[in-house]
Write a protein that binds this ligand. Structure first.
Ligand SMILES: Cc1cc2nc3c(=O)[nH]c(=O)nc-3n(C[C@H](O)[C@H](O)[C@H](O)COP(=O)(O)OP(=O)(O)OC[C@H]3O[C@@H](n4cnc5c(N)ncnc54)[C@H](O)[C@@H]3O)c2cc1C
Length: 399
């Protein structure tokens, strides 16, 4: 088959690309039906976007990922909601900022995306896995079980191996084209701890934040699990912890267990108790700041759960405040990609013209969605970026 535009992958990126590309594109999908990750998203409800402005959205991305700003500026959360509404998929806001389809089922988002693809005269070919691709200087030749497909323009929107299996054949082909691929690590995943200091505290949750190297990441809930840590504050930071560990850059990170107040305030509170309430057990004072069992554990590690305020020296107060505000943790291992909601890695953003999503290396080639090496937190950010980069990749082919 010979055609003008082919898109590999029918996730939100590929479907948005096909809805905005020149008419008549073909979307090749390895699985039996399109958009399977949309269907499983948010337990089948699909947190499709959020209510953040472009500025707020970008501020929640790490600096390297912010070059998605062109795609996001043209098609951010508000425009996505408008578009879905036009496609008969109105949306509602839950938890202040998370946007879901009003129907509360991910299938209605997928139906809307597929309808937009069809309205653009484009076609989805399910059960069509691309096993190899090459570029002969003017056209791409894609190998599939059903035969070769040749096209002038190719958008690769094949996603990541998160919650799935790796695609070594496609990845090798991307490398052969001259692009690089940053190794995949899980993102939005729980972090297993070595010598887990919280091993018997699973189920406890508290507001906290995570430091990796010199960067403190935004505050959110931290949940203690049976083998480590989860919750938004940890999951949103996980890719950075895994990447550094996998590259041999270190296995330690730190938690602020009570970001509401600075370390100096905690320290002076502990010292103040020596005069105000000398008989008070220090763990009772810490229980005002942290969940009771976590407070007890922090006191145990710091030298004794039944120490009273009168026994707290200046050095002990400093050490205890240090533990509360920079609790050291060690990652045990990088978990399987199959358990991660997203993956960090893929095609480096500096190999792509982020104003058009065109490859800077091969003319006629574009990338969109999670195959690109950006990171985003949970809360509708990832599907938003897939839709925004997909739309930009598609519309840029019209120029
Ligand atoms: C369980 C789960 C829940 C999630 N919940 C949310 C949520 O609520 N909100 C949110 O914003 N994000 C969520 N995400 C993340 C979000 O689903 C992804 O970031 C998003 O789907 C990425 O879109 P994409 O189009 O780039 O890739 P994908 O959706 O992964 O689509 C890529 C497609 O390409 C196909 N493909 C791959 N290789 C080939 C090949 N060689 N040939 C042909 N086809 C191929 C794949 O089968 C796949 O269908 C969730 C992810 C998971 C796993």
């Amino acid at each position: 088959m010979q055609t003008d535009t082919v898109i590999i992958g029918s996730g939100p990126a590929g479907l948005a690309a096909a809805a905005f590309s020149p008419k008549g594109a073909f979307v090749l999908e390895a699985k039996k039906f399109p958009g399977w990750k949309v269907l499983v998203s948010a337990n089948g409800r699909c947190n499709v976007t959020n209510t953040f402005s472009e500025k707020e959205f970008l501020s929640m991305l790490d600096p390297e990922s912010r070059s998605v700003k062109y795609a996001l500026g043209a098609f951010g959360p508000a425009k996505i909601r408008e578009w879905l509404s036009e496609l008969s998929c109105p949306t509602v806001v839950h938890n202040d900022c998370e946007v879901y389809p009003k129907s509360n089922t991910a299938a209605s988002v997928l139906d809307a995306l597929v309808a937009a693809v069809e309205a653009n005269g484009s076609e989805i070919l399910p059960s069509t896995r691309v096993t190899h691709l090459a570029h002969d200087g003017s056209a791409f030749v894609l190998q599939t079980k059903g035969g070769d497909i040749s096209c002038r323009h190719l958008i690769i929107a094949a996603g990541s191996p998160a919650w799935d299996r790796p695609q070594p054949q496609l990845e090798d082909a991307i490398l052969l084209l001259g692009h690089s691929l940053r190794p995949w690590v899980p993102g939005l995943a729980a972090v297993p701890l070595r010598d887990n200091p919280f091993h018997d505290l699973d189920g406890i949750s508290f507001p906290g934040r995570v430091r990796v190297d010199d960067t403190w990441f935004p505050e959110g809930d931290i949940l203690i699990t049976d083998d480590g840590l989860s919750g938004p504050a940890v999951m949103n930071t996980s890719a950075f912890i895994f990447r550094r560990y996998a590259a041999g850059g270190g296995d330690e990170f730190a938690l602020d267990l009570h970001p509401e107040q600075p370390r100096a305030r905690t320290e002076s509170l502990l010292l103040g108790l020596r005069d105000q309430n000398p008989k008070m057990e220090i763990q009772s004072a810490i229980s005002e700041l942290l969940p009771r069992r976590l407070a007890r554990r922090v006191c145990e590690i710091s030298g004794g759960a039944s120490v009273t305020a009168s026994q707290v020296t200046r050095g002990a107060a400093s050490a205890l405040a240090g533990l509360i505000h920079e609790f050291p943790c060690t990652i045990d291992h990088v978990p399987s990609l199959a358990k991660a909601f997203v993956a960090s890695g893929g095609v480096p953003l500096d190999e792509v013209d982020m104003r058009t999503m065109h490859s800077k290396i091969i003319p006629g080639l574009s990338f969109a969605g999670e195959i690109l090496d950006y990171n985003a937190p949970s809360g509708g950010f990832n599907i938003t970026l897939a839709l925004a980069t997909g739309r930009l990749a598609g519309i840029s082919l019209r120029a």
